[in-house]
Design a protein around this ligand. Structure first.
Ligand code: URA
Length: 422
């Protein structure tokens, strides 16, 4: 077998055999298949697709490229959530300790910011002392102490995906449903969770811009999880506007702590509670109700234990950006639209995300939204505050925000429901 044989099969729109899939994933991980060959194959897959069997075998081959984690030593059931990524999507932060407070064990392997979307690890790293890199033994220790752990995937987990994802990122081959589904699910299945809830985002701020594409991705991932013995459920949720009021690393940690304290924005609370119920149900855990755990302080206690067990100080002051700039409403009326992509791009340009993979993020940078779609605003009232370490960043952020909000009549609203489908 050689790489050209595999590339030509897919280029000509034919099915890849199991032998071809196993060989190419193994040979790519081992450096026998070159990056230019794999990028050609990825493009052929993007253009010609893969059927269900091919996607399942591709996913299994990526899982076998590395280690599989095992949580059988824990005294309870594991359950996890994965979001396909969005703007202001800090839900993992309050959700993991909330589910732990209700009796589930949450082994969350998370990622860093990608383009205009934020990353859970970047957010948590704004807490002084907090560590994202843990060994398997340390993960188990945090799970035993707190019931939840949020950390980076080690090099041994689905290494084929790590290599392929970096290649897809620079070859225009990210937006393929078979490749996205196999990438996400290989990591989640290798992570060893017993149950999984997928939060598939839809709208301008998400990978999937339409409900139809999101539904196809969700269905593909649920089938992959179910076939691998992971009880998998997917929700389609709105990402046409940002989630909550905070966008940016430390700003989102502060908002998450507000949710754990029983407050926080309505949409963040609603989605956190809904996903927590789904996670507990998927794992067959019938403990405390999530709303109760937010009210009685037990979710906050689990958060403090989790942060402390990972070296962080839950009482530390979080970094703040040196400069702020207010944007005010140009007219009076109802805020009918606040585009998630525009806000995400502006936060990225303010320094909350990276220009290049190796760049550091600014923990304090981002945007605080003072009005959300549906709110009445008066001319001159603050709409949002931009936060950055240097004033020179404001100009490019303002350009990103141009045309990304509309003030009109109350009847103009055309928002997706927060939870579109299950
Ligand atoms: N997230 C992943 O882990 N993989 C993809 O392909 C896209 C988003």
């Amino acid at each position: 077998m050689d790489a050209i044989d595999v590339i030509v099969t897919k280029r000509d729109g034919r099915e890849l055999s199991r032998e071809q899939i196993d060989w190419v994933i193994d040979a790519y991980t081992g450096g026998v298949v070159a990056d230019e060959q794999m990028s050609s194959l990825a493009m052929a897959i993007l253009l010609n697709g893969m059927n269900r069997r091919e996607i399942a075998e591709w996913t299994q081959a990526m899982i076998r490229s590395g280690a599989r984690m095992d949580w059988s030593a824990l005294p309870g059931r594991t359950t996890d959530k994965h979001s396909t990524g969005g703007v202001g999507d800090k839900i993992t932060l309050p959700l993991a300790p909330l589910v732990a407070a209700c009796g589930g064990y949450v082994p969350q392997l998370s990622g860093r910011g990608l383009g205009h979307t934020g990353g859970t690890l970047d957010k948590l790293e704004s807490i002084p002392g907090w560590r994202a890199l843990l060994s398997n033994d340390e993960m188990l220790d945090v799970l035993n102490k707190a019931g939840a752990v949020i950390c980076a995937a080690g090099d041994g987990l689905a290494p084929a995906d790590k290599k392929l994802y970096a290649l897809r990122d620079v070859t225009g081959t990210v937006e393929s449903i078979p490749l996205i589904a196999s990438s996400i699910m290989s990591k989640k299945i290798a992570e060893g969770t017993g149950a999984l809830v997928l939060d598939v985002k839809v709208g301008s701020g998400a990978f999937m811009k339409t409900v139809e594409r999101a539904r196809e991705l969700a269905t593909t991932m649920v089938e992959l999880g179910t076939d691998a013995g992971v009880n998998t459920v997917a929700l389609l949720t709105a990402m046409d506007r940002p989630l909550g009021r905070a966008v940016g690393n430390a700003l989102e940690v502060t908002e998450s702590v507000e949710v754990l304290a029983g407050g926080g924005p309505e949409d963040v609370v609603e989605l956190t509670v809904r996903l927590a119920r789904e996670m507990l149900q998927a794992a067959g855990v019938s403990g405390k109700d999530p709303e109760e755990a937010l009210k009685d302080g037990s979710a906050m206690d689990a958060w403090r234990r989790m942060i402390t067990a990972q070296g962080g100080d839950p009482d530390a002051l979080l970094p703040k950006a040196a400069e702020t700039m207010e944007i005010t409403a140009p007219s009076s009326g109802v805020l009918t639209r606040l585009d998630a992509y525009g806000v995400g791009l502006a936060a990225w340009r303010l320094g909350a995300g990276r220009e290049r993979k190796e760049d550091p993020v600014s923990f304090g940078a981002g945007i605080m939204l003072h009005a959300k779609p549906g709110d009445m605003v008066r001319q001159g009232q603050p709409l949002m505050t931009l936060h950055a370490d240097e004033t020179s960043r404001f100009e490019r952020a303002l350009a990103a925000l141009e045309g990304s909000y509309t003030i009109g009549e109350s009847g103009d609203r055309d928002l997706l429901p927060l939870v579109i489908d299950r």
